[in-house]
Design a protein around this ligand. Structure first.
Ligand SMILES: Nc1ncnc2c1ncn2[C@@H]1O[C@H](COP(=O)(O)OP(=O)(O)O)[C@@H](O)[C@H]1O
Ligand SMILES: [Mg+2]
Length: 274
């Protein structure tokens, strides 16, 4: 049987080209255990938000790391926004991440000896964005994410939810084609989790392409119209709720109306002044 992702990509010629195109990817770490990923084929269109669920050890972080170019597959290809990520060398992969990918992790991964403002500026500086433009963008992101009053503070002074919002600002700084998040609400209390859930949901409604690893079903439900389930390194389920993409056989996640495909912050999306 043809995989649902491949079939839907072929049928949806009128919509945006895939941002992520993963073909027959396996990743074995050696040793006696089974591979972390086996024969994964997956296509994600611009503007889609996909949540990846599955038990611990099922390969979710491995999948995200391969998409981010932080790891290489043992076989298969990973193409993101036209770039063959699996063929990049270390320098190329760092450049690719700066240009195309924003990442958010469970434990924020902010640099503790830089201020909040400097953490957010860093990706732009590394990418060579002119200073004035970078400072304006950092300021508007921090304001949108309601952490602007902490711009000159060090991350250690902030709550978990505030730190995660700063991490999202940093991830968005270079207008990434793709936002990757690995358990972004996993370390947050309920209220902070709600903030981050709303934030990711707004970003998606605004056209940002997102791949999100999460155990948080509220987050999966509110942010993503498509859910992929991994077990033992294989995709065992790929369900889309609004009928617009792969496997659109009416799940019950209840995605709301969406903006047009391909819009994203920086592309004139309504409302948030990117
Ligand atoms: N660097 C590594 N070296 C060896 N095995 C690893 C490494 N990273 C992950 N694994 C193994 O690969 C499998 C998938 O891991 P991971 O992708 O982290 O799962 P998940 O994020 O779903 O919990 C697990 O069995 C894990 O132990
Ligand atoms: Mg993981």
């Amino acid at each position: 049987m043809a995989s649902t992702t491949t079939a839907s990509t072929a049928m949806n010629g009128a919509v945006a080209a895939p941002v992520i195109d993963i073909r027959e990817v396996s990743r074995a770490y050696g040793g006696e255990g089974p591979p972390a990923l086996s024969g994964v084929t997956l296509s994600v269109r611009a503007g889609e938000a996909v949540s990846v669920i599955g038990p611990s050890g099922s390969g979710k972080s491995t999948l995200l790391n391969l998409i981010a170019g932080l790891d290489r597959p043992s076989s298969g290809s990973v193409t993101v926004d036209g770039v063959r990520v699996d063929e990049l060398n270390e320098a190329g992969s760092a450049r690719y991440r700066r240009a195309k990918v924003g990442m958010v992790f469970q434990f924020f991964n902010l640099l503790d000896d830089l201020t909040v403002g400097d953490n957010v500026l860093l990706p732009a500086q590394l990418a060579g964005m002119p200073g004035g433009e970078a400072r304006r963008r950092a300021a508007s992101l921090l304001e949108y994410l309601r952490v602007d009053r902490h711009t000159d503070a060090y991350p250690g002074r902030l709550s978990g939810g505030e730190r995660q919002r700063v991490a999202v600002a940093r991830a968005l700084m270079n207008r990434p084609a793709l936002l990757l998040a690995d358990e972004p609400t996993g370390a947050l209390d309920t209220a902070s989790g709600d903030d981050v859930r709303r934030l990711l949901t707004d970003l998606h409604a605004d056209g940002q392409t997102i791949v999100l690893v999460t155990h948080d079903l509220d987050l999966a439900r509110s942010c993503a119209q498509r859910t992929i389930e991994l077990v033992d390194g294989r995709i065992i389920r790929d369900v889309t709720t609004d009928g617009a993409g792969a496997g659109g056989a009416g799940g019950d996640w209840g995605g709301g109306p969406r903006g047009g495909p391909g819009r994203r912050p920086g592309g004139g999306a309504a409302g948030v002044g990117w």
